[in-house]
Design a protein around this ligand. Sequence first.
Ligand code: ZN
Length: 248
Amino acid sequence: MRYLVLSDPHANLEALEKCLEEAKGNYDRVVCLGDLVGYGPDPNEVTRITREAASAVIRGNHDKACCGITDASEFNPFARAAAVWTQRTLTPDHIEYLRNLPAGPLVIPGFEAVHGSERDEDEYVMGAAEAIPALKEQSLQLVFFGHTHHQGGFLLGPGGTLKRIKMPDQDDGCILSLPLERGTRYLINPGSAGQPRDGDWRAAFAILDEDSRVVDYYRTSYNLAQTQEKMSRAGLPEPLIRRLEFGR
Ligand code: ZN
């Protein structure tokens, strides 16, 4: 079984469609780690496509804010404005769908899916302080997480040494193939499909080949100008429009 693992598409239709196109033929199932909506201009289309394509979806903090589970008071003003706009724009049916999404962790044969971390769906696993306890506590060898919008993740070797998984500077396509080794635990971030913050503006995703135990990381260019134009037309905050081109 090959899983296409997507996280944080954030209502960016052009980016999501490009990920699905780039991955075509190389996966059997789709798993989404949350934050379907928030920030981007196409919350209904991205929710619809995710509903249709994914066999497993968990919620993110923006999904909770955009369907009224939380009130977005912890968001910065731009994210809050986008959440309010998203809630107004979503159809009642999609709001209902988002409201009913399960919180992680979700166990899928061979791995586990979380938005933030196993112990807290809203935790940002940015460095050793969060990654070491998370890796020590995880029950399976492999956990996929999102939320930080940084592609890569961490591994804990047999000797208990933590390593950050660094992404090489590569052209579009598979940029890194990571074979999962026995005795090592992995906390893998496929990156954000719709709003990367790791300095690379291209849409990110990963594919897990469950049989050969290999994770392939991908980056793919998408029609960024079109997304930005739609955001302008929707009246979404300018800093959210600009950040997409810097991957910040
Ligand atoms: Zn997010």
